[in-house]
Write a protein of this length. Structure first.
Length: 206
C-alpha cells in the first residue's frame, strides 16, 4: 500500500482513483499536477465540475445532456423530425453526430436490458420512446444499440412493444448495418464505419 506524506493528498488521490479507468498512479500524477497549478487555474477546474453537476440537464424529450430543458438537436428546425435514432447513452449521440451522416432526432435509453446487471425495461427510457412515436409522427425508428447480446435483446424488446401496440403499419423499424463488429460499443467504433452503418441501415428482422 502506498504511503502518502499528506492525508489531504491521500484523500484527493482516492477521489481521482474512483473515476473509471483511473488507477492510483495516474490519480497521484493528476493530483500533483493540480498542486503545481495556480489557485486561479485550480478554482476554474473545480468550478467547472461544480457547475457541470448543478446546471447540466437531461433533455426532457430525448434524454441527452443539455444546458437547457430541451437540447439543441430537439429544438433544431433543420433536423429530420420524422426519423428517430435509439441509442444506449449520451456518448453514442456524440459518436453518431461526429460522423456527419445522420440528421434526424435521437432517443437515449440510458442503458440496455441486462438481467445479469439487474437492468430491466422499466429501468430504461423505453416507455418515453413509445410515447413519442405517434405524437411526433415518427416514420422510422433506427435501432443503433451495441451489437452485443444485451443490445440485441433490447432491440427485440422494443420491436415487440411496437408490434403489440400496433404501431408498425406506417413505421419503418431499422437497425444499423453490421459494419460495426459484433460485440462492439458505438463510442469505440471509428467514425467512417459508424457513418456507413447509419447510411446502410437495414430493416429490423426477428
Amino acid at each position: 500500500m502506498t504511503s502518502y506524506p499528506s492525508i489531504l493528498l491521500s484523500k484527493a488521490v482516492d477521489q481521482f482513483a474512483s473515476l473509471p479507468g483511473i488507477g492510483r498512479k495516474t490519480a497521484l500524477r493528476l493530483v500533483l499536477y493540480l498542486l503545481r497549478q495556480s489557485d486561479k487555474d485550480v478554482e476554474a477546474f473545480t468550478s467547472a465540475l461544480t457547475t457541470l453537476k448543478s446546471d447540466v440537464h437531461y433533455c426532457r424529450i430525448c434524454h441527452t445532456i443539455s444546458d437547457q430543458e430541451i437540447c439543441p438537436i430537439c429544438q433544431s428546425h433543420s433536423r429530420d423530425k420524422h426519423t428517430l435514432c435509439v441509442v444506449e447513452n449520451v456518448q453514442d449521440v456524440m459518436s453518431i453526430e461526429n460522423t456527419g451522416q445522420y440528421h434526424g432526432l435521437y432517443h437515449v435509453l440510458g442503458g440496455i436490458i441486462s438481467p445479469m446487471d439487474g437492468i430491466g425495461p422499466s429501468d430504461l427510457e423505453i416507455d418515453s420512446l413509445i410515447a413519442r412515436i405517434q405524437p411526433e409522427e415518427i416514420r422510422e425508428v433506427i435501432l443503433a444499440l451495441p451489437t452485443t447480446m444485451e443490445g440485441d435483446t433490447t432491440n427485440f424488446y422494443i420491436y415487440r412493444r411496437l408490434i403489440s401496440l400496433q404501431m408498425t403499419d406506417n413505421l419503418r423499424i431499422s437497425q444499423i448495418a453490421r459494419g460495426v463488429a459484433i460485440g462492439n460499443e458505438l463510442e469505440y467504433t471509428d467514425e467512417i464505419t459508424l457513418g456507413r452503418s447509419i447510411i446502410n441501415r437495414v430493416d429490423f428482422k426477428v
